[in-house]
Design a protein around this ligand. Structure first.
Ligand code: 3HC
Ligand code: NAI
Length: 681
């Protein structure tokens, strides 16, 4: 008897309802329920058609990812699916929530699919370094055509029900809240029409034109080479769709299986599956239970309409939360509003939103020139210049102006939240909410917990990330918190290494090939050398380049020279500046390293700093550091982040390399290496 399936018959229509919280993943219990339900109704002559639906918040969210790599148990998903597909009675999948991965693949073996308008369907396996391995690569092209199928599967984004209807992923929309009834009515109509049953696997019309055209698939990979760089899954997905087009169905399924097994046993998928759970783990804080009361955030105040204040404001406007935006002068306020408007109008020009939506979002801003306008907000986020004196002055004023019970947050990148909180009489209401630039794009929100920050404030802040589409990671107070602090070690290592011999282009290339979008020197040129090197009194390499008015891409080049199209080339001037600075520092040059050694030199110090964060209790767990770096610094997700990557390289190798660079490895790192343990498991 299944624990999670119920089967009832309404007027000759058998309804299978599966309810396996939280997301009806297709683990063993769900498979038992499906197997049992379909067998029962197949054998019951009073049942003429079947509706498959789910209880709880969603249709099947996919295979149970936690079962991967474990010995198989219970009914096999492929066998259950064959049973459904070969039934002589029509089967209707009735979808709400999200039908994803194996969940949508189950819907694809049903003869018809209907969904409520709020539902989403899709094949997101690529995000786990996988391909849809339960026939998705073979069936989806048969209903939407190979080109749309490739975009859906290599992009991995769920498709809303209305769009899904347009492209043919579903057959009809149901009424919100009436899915079961509509499913039964749909099945009844099918019985009245008595049309012959069509299996998706038998359809040829959408794929026939692509048969024997390898150039179409090679061209698809070539066109997307940039987006797919370094990733195995999109390539295997493309080859599986090619097999769907070129081979008979059962042979195509075999090819899909081979390509799936290659991915599921490889390091990229292991890293991405680790990351999937890491992201969800980050929400859990041992001493702040999930049922901690959260404060409603209905009105927000943002102080400073500069680079960060503007982006932070957009996050709230995007979800309909009004923002009071405070600046010191009308000019600064107008400038900030103009940038926000320009961003939205850019999205409208690309068709991502309508002009009306632009106006609606802009109308949610209340511009102000005094903090008095913040008296009644639920949350204030301060984003003024990075100066402790100024921040304390602002928090002192906020303490007098803002109502009791509101959260007072700072977006400081590096400064001590406890010192900022000390300027108020209510440090338990003060927290760090550290966004990453561009704040409307980057998905990381570091929630910085001060010594006195209350649990309610932490719980609300962690939840807030989700409300605005970000992932919150908890950090303790220290200079730079998690992401900035560990990544500063990479910059330091790059700046030291370039003095010893490897050129900026060699170093950048090694990191680009590792998977970063750009290396540290290309990044410095992009941001501006004057911005990066600001504030230090000492003579620095950056400073020497700035002294020659080499500010980066914006002026005269920096570590590279640039042509009018901003294409970079090695710079003889920068090379000379580097040489002179090394001589001034008395550093011997001539070191030559392989790309792999360069990567180790730059990234092992990051791992080491990560371990120190764990030792100091700044980060709760190694996987939080990985999430922070992947979402805050675009660390390539297919490596799993620095900590998971270090495990895969071998911790003893990390320890030995650090020592050879003259860096003392953190105590825990040495211990784990000696015990043959791991950081992120
Ligand atoms: N397997 C195992 N556990 C899963 C899971 C899955 N496929 N999907 C979600 N969960 C778990 C989460 O880990 C989380 O557990 P926790 O509460 O212990 O932390 C819980 O379910 C709730 O998940 P979310 O916090 O993500 O809930 P949301 O409501 O925010 O999102 C969702 C729901 C959109 C369904 C989201 O969970 C999701 O995207 N899930 C993964 C979908 C996916 O990738 N499916 C493909 C799987 S691979 C596959 O099907 C292979 C096949 O082709 C053979
Ligand atoms: P910015 O210089 O672009 O903007 C700061 C804005 O604050 C200016 O418009 C200024 O007029 C305004 N301002 C100054 N004093 C004010 C006051 N008393 N009242 C109201 N407005 C005032 O600076 P940016 O880059 O936006 O940085 C802001 C904060 O965010 C800093 O603490 C910084 O460390 C942090 N941060 C910056 C990131 C970045 O990449 N730029 C990333 C993450 C955090």
């Amino acid at each position: 008897m299944s624990e999670v399936g119920t089967y009832d018959v309404v007027d000759g229509i058998g309804v299978i309802t599966v309810d396996n919280p939280p997301v009806n993943a297709l683990g063993v219990k769900t498979r038992v329920a499906l197997d049992e339900g379909f067998r029962k109704f197949a054998d019951d002559p009073s049942v003429k058609a079947i509706v498959l639906t789910c209880g709880g918040r969603t249709f099947f969210a996919g295979a149970d990812i936690s079962e991967f790599g474990k010995p198989p148990q219970g009914p096999n998903l492929h066998e259950v699916m064959a049973l459904v597909e070969n039934l002589k009675k029509p089967v209707v999948a009735a979808i709400h929530g999200t039908a994803l991965g194996g969940g949508f693949e189950v819907a694809l073996v049903c003869h018809y699919r209907i969904a409520v308008p709020s539902a989403k369907v899709g094949l997101p396996e690529v995000a786990l370094g996988l391909l849809p391995g339960a026939g998705g690569t073979q069936r989806l092209p048969r209903i939407v055509g190979p080109e749309a199928a490739l975009d859906i599967m290599t992009g991995g984004k769920p498709v809303g029900a209305k769009k899904a209807l347009e492209v043919g992923m579903i057959d009809a929309l149901a009424t919100e809240g009436q899915l079961r009834e509509d499913g039964i009515a749909f099945a009844r109509k099918l019985l009245m029409e008595a049309k012959p049953l069509q299996r998706v696997r038998d359809r040829e019309d959408k794929i026939a034109d692509f048969r024997g055209k390898p150039e179409f698939f090679d061209g698809y990979l070539a066109r997307n080479a940039r987006a797919f760089r370094g990733l195995k899954a999109p390539v295997n997905i493309t080859r599986a769709v090619q097999a769907a087009v070129d081979l008979p169905f059962d042979e195509g399924m075999k090819r899909e299986r081979e390509l799936f097994l290659e991915l599921v046993s490889g390091p990229q998928s292991a890293a991405l599956r680790y990351y999937f759970f890491a992201e969800r783990q980050a929400a859990k804080i041992p001493d702040v239970p999930a049922d901690t009361p959260k404060l409603p955030i209905r009105k927000v105040g943002v102080i400073g309409a500069g680079t960060m204040g503007g982006g932070i404001t957009m996050n709230f406007l995007n979800v309909g939360i009004p923002v009071t935006l405070v600046e010191t002068t009308q000019e600064a306020l107008d400038r900030g509003l103009k940038v926000i408007r320009r961003n939205y109008e850019g999205s409208a020009a690309k068709g991502r939103m309508t002009q009306q939506q632009v106006e609606e979002r802009m109308a949610l801003i209340t511009p102000a020139l005094s903090m008095d306008a913040l008296a009644n907000v639920d949350l204030v986020i301060e984003a003024v210049f990075e100066e402790m004196g100024l921040k304390k002055e602002i928090f002192g004023k906020l303490d007098k102006i803002v109502r009791q019970g509101a959260i007072l947050a700072s977006n400081t990148s590096f400064l001590d939240i406890d010192e900022i909180a000390s300027a108020t009489s209510r440090p338990e209401w003060v927290v760090g909410l550290h966004f990453f630039s561009p704040a409307n794009v980057m998905r990381l929100l570091e929630v910085v917990r001060g010594a006195k920050t209350s649990k309610e404030v932490i719980a609300t802040s962690m939840d807030l990330g989700k409300t605005i589409g970000k992932v919150s990671v908890l950090a303790g107070v220290c200079f730079g918190f998690i992401a900035n602090r560990v990544m500063s070690k990479r910059s330091l290592a790059a700046n030291e290494l370039v003095l010893r011999g490897p050129t900026p282009q060699q170093i950048d290339k090694a990191l680009f090939d590792y998977g970063f979008a750009m290396g540290p020197f290309a990044m410095t040129d992009l941001v501006g050398l004057d911005v990066i090197g600001r504030g230090s009194g000492e003579r620095t390499l950056n400073g020497d380049l700035v002294a020659l008015d080499r500010l980066g891409q914006k002026k005269n080049g920096g570590y590279y020279d640039y042509d009018e199209k901003r294409k970079a080339s090695p710079s003889p001037v920068a090379a000379k500046v580097i040489e002179d600075f090394a001589a001034y520092k008395g550093i011997e040059r001539g070191l030559t390293l392989s790309d792999e050694e360069i990567v180790g030199r730059l990234l092992f110090p990051v791992v080491n700093e990560g371990v120190k964060l764990l030792e100091e209790g700044i980060a709760l767990r190694a996987s939080d550091i990985d999430v922070a770096l992947i979402l805050g610094y675009n660390w390539p997700a297919f490596t799993g982040g620095p900590m998971h990557w270090a495990d895969s390289v071998g911790l003893q190798k990390v320890v030995d390399s650090l020592r050879s660079m003259g860096i003392e490895p953190a105590k825990t790192l040495v211990e784990r290496a000696q015990q043959g343990g791991a950081l992120a498991k």
